[in-house]
Design a protein around this ligand. Structure first.
Ligand code: N01
Length: 538
């Protein structure tokens, strides 16, 4: 008989990463509600608790990759590098949990295994893997978009005699690569961060590349005291900047077309952006993600850089044989990624030409019969993104409707926030919201604040339930599709934005590509109109 741990809660929040910590603070300290966070990990931090792989760091710059809602919180923390490493971000989130006294309302080691809506009581009953149950009026998921590891089903994995790890479930004690033959499968943002670091200690590193990828140097560096002072003294300006750009970054996309400049000027602008480094490369021209011909100028530039950097012509050909527009998949940034292939202890295997056939007790075999002896296999193979973390909680709404059933053909919701048939369930940075196409803390703050205002409105007006109307979902799904198809983003057959990395997953472009500014305006307008498109009932 499962024990009932807690009744009488106003809200249950699932997850203690960036979203869950701020949501708890808003509900408890702004609205005075009783709220509990259930967190699967043994510590707070979400993504930054789990992703401890070598080289893990944020691709957004540190001064923009943090909470901006509190000047005191912002000014009380000093970042050390342009791109903060995983350990520093985890320290930051622990600092936030302590400063806001959040830990007393967070239950760790509590992975949610099911959530069921009880219509007569208008309560959500939530069960954790250890059998404890909790009940509350509001259920808010703060589970992240990239938290369900994708470990591909390659025959023979169970027989492997060495060690294997997924980057998103990295052992806390670390992995010792010294003297070892290591294989990394995957060359997305994660693989591109991990490969140069693993190459430094591994005896030999074999990179198994299925899809060649673009990458731009991060040009990471320690922050100068001057820049640290600038950040400390400019909380409001930095916050306003991140809230005024479509991607939530503290820099804007340049308002010029690729074709406004001569080919020589374009080359100079790309070179300057390459030297400056980072995701800002994508902001060099406004039409890079809108127009194939424009995009080709950027992709040609990067491919030429790869050929300049990588000395072995066959390896360079393989790395530069990229089949999709630049930034149509999430563009990685790196520290010495392409340079790493000049090391004598690193080799590249093209597993598009010769797919991985099996994992054997001693390594990996490709379809051409070649065996690669390995001591350690690193799966940098990504995640069942956006829907995976929500669906694995077995959420059941009104009349036994499961979220998995409602989303059989792909995710459908209103504003990325609510699903018809699931009253009082809110999904922070759910599919259909800008989330992964933006600087996440900015998207998270907007969602958390919208949800908090919505719950405050409900309580002020004696409203017991809020639920997306089916016709609002239809319209929103159409808006999400239109926004995506106005860009090159859906033109990549193997992108996780489309669910294409998971066998059997419906091919639906999941995030909202209309930009954070437009999205914020839409959400604000809907709230001002009395939560238009939602059914509110007493
Ligand atoms: O995962 P991915 P990721 N055999 O899905 C390959 C965020 N992030 O963990 O492209 C062989 O992008 C797969 O190949 P293909 C960021 O949003 C943020 O790297 O499917 N290969 C691909 O190369 C990012 O986009 C930061 O053909 C297989 C790779 O594995 C997201 O996380 C840092 C395979 C997976 O790439 C996910 O990135 C790092 C198979 N069976 C990541 N299955 C920050 O800055 C998959 N692959 C915060």
């Amino acid at each position: 008989m499962p024990k009932v741990e807690s009744k009488g809660l106003d809200a249950i929040v699932v997850g203690a990463g960036f979203s869950g910590l701020y949501q708890l603070h808003c509900l408890r300290d702004r609205l005075g509600l009783s709220a509990l966070v259930l967190e699967a990990g043994a510590g707070v931090g979400g993504t930054w608790y789990w992703n401890r792989y070598p080289g893990a760091r944020c691709d957004s710059e540190s001064h923009g990759y943090c909470y901006s809602f509190s000047k005191e919180l912002f000014e009380g923390w000093e970042w050390s590098e342009r791109y903060p490493a995983q350990a520093e971000i985890l320290r930051y989130l622990n600092y936030v949990a302590d400063r806001l006294d959040l830990r007393r309302d967070i239950r760790l080691d509590a992975r949610v295994s099911s959530a069921r809506y009880d219509e007569p009581a208008n309560l959500w009953h939530v069960t954790t893997e250890d059998g404890a149950t909790f009940s509350a009026r509001y259920l808010i998921t703060a589970v992240g978009c990239l938290s369900t590891a994708n470990i591909p089903e390659i025959p023979g994995l169970a027989s492997f005699a060495g060690q294997w790890v997924h980057t998103g479930q990295w052992p806390h004690e670390g992995v010792d690569f010294s003297g070892k033959c290591v294989g990394v499968i995957g060359t997305g943002s994660t693989g591109i961060q991990a490969i140069p670091v693993i190459a430094q200690t591994g005896e030999h590193l074999t990179v198994f590349q299925r899809t060649a990828n673009y990458s731009v140097p991060a040009q990471n560096a320690p922050l100068t005291p001057d820049f640290q002072r600038y950040v400390r003294e400019n909380h409001t300006a930095i916050r306003d900047a991140t809230r005024s750009t479509g991607n939530g970054q503290p820099f804007a996309i340049e308002d010029r077309s690729v074709f406004d400049v001569t080919p020589e000027q374009r080359q100079e602008l790309y070179e300057a952006a390459w030297q400056k480094g980072g995701l800002q490369f994508r902001a060099t021209f406004r039409d890079l993600l809108m127009d194939r011909a424009a995009n080709e100028t950027a992709s040609d530039f990067i491919k030429a850089k790869i050929r300049q950097i990588v000395k072995d012509p066959a390896t360079a050909d393989n790395l530069a044989d990229i089949d999709h527009p630049y930034a149509a998949k999430r563009p990685p940034i790196d520290t010495d990624y392409f340079e790493t292939f000049n090391r004598p202890n690193v080799s590249l295997v093209d597993v598009r030409a010769t797919p991985i056939e099996a994992i054997t007790p001693s390594g990996l075999r490709t379809r051409d019969g070649r065996e690669y002896p390995l001591d350690i296999i690193v799966f940098a193979t990504g995640f069942d993104a956006m829907t995976g973390p929500l669906l694995r909680m077995n959420i059941v709404g009104r009349d036994g409707l499961t979220l998995a059933g409602a989303w059989r053909g792909g995710p459908r919701n209103y504003l990325g926030l609510q699903v018809a048939g699931f009253p009082n369930l809110f999904t922070i940075t759910g599919p259909g919201s800008p989330s992964v196409l933006t600087n996440m803390p900015v998207a998270i703050e907007q969602h958390v604040e919208w949800i908090t205002d919505c719950i405050a409105h409900m309580r002020a007006h004696d409203i017991a339930r809020i639920e997306a109307r089916p016709e609002s979902m239809d319209r929103w799904v159409q808006s999400v599709n239109e926004a995506a198809h106005a860009t090159l983003l859906p033109h990549t057959p193997h992108s996780w934005y489309l669910g294409a990395n998971i066998p059997g997953k419906p091919r639906v472009f999941m995030p909202y590509a209309g930009g954070m500014v437009r999205y914020r305006d839409i959400c604000g307008e809907i709230a001002r109109k009395g939560y238009e498109g939602f059914a509110l009932s007493r």
